[in-house]
Design a protein around this ligand. Sequence first.
Ligand code: URA
Length: 227
Amino acid sequence: MDEREILADVLRDLGQTLRHHRDLGVPEISLGRPAFPDPAEALAAQETALQGCTRCKLSRSRSTIVFGSGNPRARLLVVGEGPGEEEDRQGKPFVGRAGQLLTRMLESVGFDRERDCYIANVVKCRPERNRNPEPDEVAACNPFLTAQADTIQPAVILALGNFATQTLLGTKDGITRLRGRSYEFRSSVLVPTFHPAFLLRNPGQEFKRMAWDDLKLARREWERLTG
Ligand code: URA
């Protein structure tokens, strides 16, 4: 490759990066200082950029875009699948029955949901009848979850259930196989566990005990990395 071709490549990549930032709501790139020193501001800009989103077909049936909620400076990022009926109505993640269980699960290992966590989903709009999000929907929404994670830079990511874990880790293995250990994930450690909706549907002690082990592991990793 000669120098002109290399320069053309670099300029094309730069153009792509700038268009991606513009789509995520970054209004300007300031040289020397980060565009958004404050994660709350960065998340607010990303949420604004999502308003009225029609990037995928979930936009046709949703009532509200559920961007995410919690502490923008949290060191724990909790990732679910997608909004359910109640979340679609209220515009906040995990506010239904599964959300109440999630709050108790987090509290059982000493995490306060509002103070210690930021909670987001793989897709920000409700799939009708709570079906799994489809690959084109995940692909359309993925830059927003990535931007949230890059902004928050959590020490630990708690991935809830098959869908979030498989999407983040890029695997087809099931949660029963994946849970019980932690994974290096970008600059964080990812701990998979059962989705609280699954635990509500399967109230046996066995799943509860495994989820409890995972939560304790997430807490240990959090203490190791933030301590
Ligand atoms: N289930 C999810 O995966 N996310 C929510 O926000 C609510 C229920």
